[in-house]
Design a protein around this ligand. Structure first.
Ligand code: GLN
Length: 467
């Protein structure tokens, strides 16, 4: 964040961010709702509290936006679905309480692919988000709204959720930084579940330093989330800035499954060159299991989604049409009307892979491949500090280009999915551009719990490529 930002009053910053969100954010369709009253109340408290905890918190007075699948008490949390169009949660997600305690000012909610299912933000019930860098291409997904609001300069930090790449890929498509922490480091309480063994909330910011700050504010054990880590990774913000360490880096630049475009390859090779020049040791690696990663992910993620989304029965939650029907018709009618095409496709696929006779053939096999991917990473991290890959095999693609090609859309997550399956920390940072000025990002993956190392390596590469 800029120095002007730091020295302005919290009220001043909040007003500017709310204005930008209501104008630029709405035009990009990146912002779904604002919580103006809550934001001004928080800002006023901070301006009055000079010297107290919230005024010295690490995000004190910083306006932030949250992906609209994170519960904010008394404000809409739609998941960009007709199913939850009118849902107002009676409680806060744990990260909301943590952000409040760190002095952040939550100003509203961002657009996403419905229930975080997608890679382009075109699956939102509220329409697609435009990429602020070039409005003809997608901003990525599913946290496309959160990446777009940071790229457009509306807020310095926004939060997204990442199940198979949904923080890292949109960050890459919008030319900003996005990180998925070690699974369990950030509480999932109040994050609408998609695939629980994969879902993680993560920050998106314009710089690695802001991303580190945004992550430090939300990390920590939470008794309300039984899967949250008891000993969480610790992030020392000063350590992140130390960029004199020489890393051993394993690079995965290619895939048999999907072509990595020449633009992306060029940017990766150029980054590697710069790293070698200053003394990092870089070696190309093979990851033979990569070809199974996407299939494995779509079996596990859809299986978990089919169970998680069963709760939308239109009795306790969800869209409810006419009651003048039989019970069977009631469920089928409301779920038919409430869910979009991609969500239905995943519920059907997930139910299928869990059904008798197919469980062993698909679900169990996918779980075994997941284990093999974890072991392959263990082996790699016995030799390397960090693994570097493209974040996405292609630069941002055109709006509408992959809408009726779901398999092509799924392949765009090939490089982000392995770290999700293994629960590893991974970050995307912008390192180059196509000839037409579209952003290209690289991903860095670290060992479990080494979130600080990932940030530190990212800061090192950011300095090498930007400054
Ligand atoms: N694009 C992937 C999917 O559609 C990842 C989504 C995510 O990380 N939430 O499942």
């Amino acid at each position: 964040m800029s120095n002007a930002d730091r020295h302005d009053s919290a009220i001043g910053r909040t007003k500017r961010a709310l204005d930008a969100a209501a104008t630029i954010g709405k035009r990009l369709n990146a912002v779904l709702s604002l919580c103006t009253e809550r934001a001004f109340a928080a800002a006023e408290q901070i301006d009055k509290a000079t010297g107290k905890d919230i005024a010295t918190g690490i995000l004190s007075g910083i306006p932030v936006l949250l992906k609209d699948n994170i519960c904010l008490k008394d404000y809409p949390t739609t998941c960009a679905s007709k199913m939850l169009e009118r849902f107002i949660p009676p409680y806060n997600a744990t990260i909301v309480d943590k952000l409040d305690a760190a002095g952040a000012i939550i100003i509203g909610k961002t657009n996403l692919d419905e229930f975080a299912m997608g890679s382009s933000n075109e699956n939102s019930f509220f329409g697609p988000v435009l990429n602020p860098i070039n409005e003809k291409v997608v901003p990525g997904g599913s946290s496309g709204g959160s990446a777009a609001v940071v790229a457009a300069g509306i807020v310095p930090i926004a939060y997204g959720s990442d199940t198979g790449g949904s923080v890292r890929q949109p960050a890459s498509f919008c030319g900003v930084v996005g990180m998925k922490p070690t699974h369990g480091a950030v509480s999932r309480y109040g994050l609408t579940a998609f695939a629980s063994s994969l879902d993680q909330i993560g920050p998106i910011a314009a710089t690695v330093s802001d991303c580190a700050r945004g992550l430090k504010a939300i990390i920590g054990h939470d008794v309300k989330d039984a899967t949250s880590l008891v000993d969480c990774p610790v992030i020392d913000l000063d350590a992140v800035e130390r960029t004199d360490r020489k890393y051993t880096v394993g690079v995965l630049a290619d895939s048999d499954e999907i072509a990595v475009t020449p633009d992306v390859k060029r940017v990766i090779l150029c980054t590697i060159d710069k790293m070698k020049q200053v003394g990092h040791s870089v070696e190309m690696i093979d990851f033979p299991l990569l070809k199974y990663a996407v299939a494995c992910y779509y079996i596990i993620a859809t299986a978990e989604a089919s169970a998680n989304l069963a709760r939308y029965d239109s009795v306790r939650f969800g869209h409810r049409g006419t009651d003048d029907v039989s019970l069977d018709e009631f469920y089928s009618q409301n779920r038919t009307e409430g869910f979009g095409t991609e969500v239905k496709r995943r519920i059907l696929l997930g139910t299928y892979v869990l059904s008798e006779g197919y469980y062993d053939a698909y679900y169990l096999k996918a779980c075994k491949i997941r284990k093999l991917i974890c072991s392959a990473f263990d082996e790699l991290f016995s030799r390397f500090d960090i693994i570097l890959t493209p974040t996405s095999p292609t630069p941002p693609f055109g709006l509408g280009e992959r809408l009726d090609k779901p398999l092509d859309m799924y392949q765009s997550d090939i490089f982000t999915i392995p770290a999700s399956l293994a629960g590893l920390p991974a970050i995307s940072i912008p390192v180059g551009k196509t000839e037409n000025g579209l952003p290209i990002g690289v991903q860095l993956i670290g060992p479990r719990m080494h979130d600080e190392t990932v940030l530190q390596a990212a800061r090192t590469i950011e300095r090498l490529t930007k400054e």
